[in-house]
Ligand binder design. Structure first.
Ligand code: INI
Length: 154
């Protein structure tokens, strides 16, 4: 029996983060959580590359370029799509969801989905370091685990 797992040892891993500026009050907390989570697994600061996008809609394009570059062991995508009065929320959230899902499935580099989709700013803040943990920190752990797992997969 062979069991394949990725460990949470980030030493030597190079990680790219694409983060969106829209709803920055939330996304800067996600980014802080991700960076501190990576450092906790011993990813060194010099091995972290961060790109800021205007909004979540632009995240798949940046993540695709990071992933295709072959320079990174994992790519983390962070954003906050918060429901407003218009249908824009549906378009942006479905575009970013399907764009990142496609990359995560097709590429050689793991792509980690750390985009919040919530009804309110409060719900988003709760998941960006207040009451319900920090989705950025969770994404960091997933990135390290998946980077190490991909090295072992056929
Ligand atoms: N971008 C977000 O990251 N979050 C949102 O909640 C959001 N809403 O709801 O409009 C949003 N819109 C901007 C979008 O991502 C693009 O940046 C913009 O449409 C330009 O392409």
């Amino acid at each position: 029996m062979e069991i394949l797992e990725g460990c949470l040892d980030g030493r030597g891993l190079k990680i790219a983060i694409a983060v969106s500026r829209f709803n920055e009050v939330v996304t800067k907390n996600l980014l802080e959580g991700a960076v501190s989570g990576l450092k906790r697994t011993a990813v060194s600061e010099g091995d972290i590359t961060i790109a800021w996008a205007p909004g979540a809609f632009e995240l798949p394009g940046i993540a695709a370029r990071f992933a295709a570059s072959g320079k990174f062991d994992a790519v983390i995508v962070l954003g906050a799509v918060i429901r407003g009065a218009t249908a824009h929320f549906e378009y942006v959230s479905s575009a970013v969801n399907s764009g990142i899902a496609h990359l995560a499935r097709e590429g050689k580099t793991p792509v980690i989905f750390g985009v919040l989709t919530t009804d309110t700013v409060e719900q988003a803040m709760d998941r960006a370091g207040l009451k319900c943990g920090n989705k950025g920190t969770d994404a960091a752990a997933a990135a390290v685990e998946m980077a190490n797992l991909y090295k072992r997969l056929p």
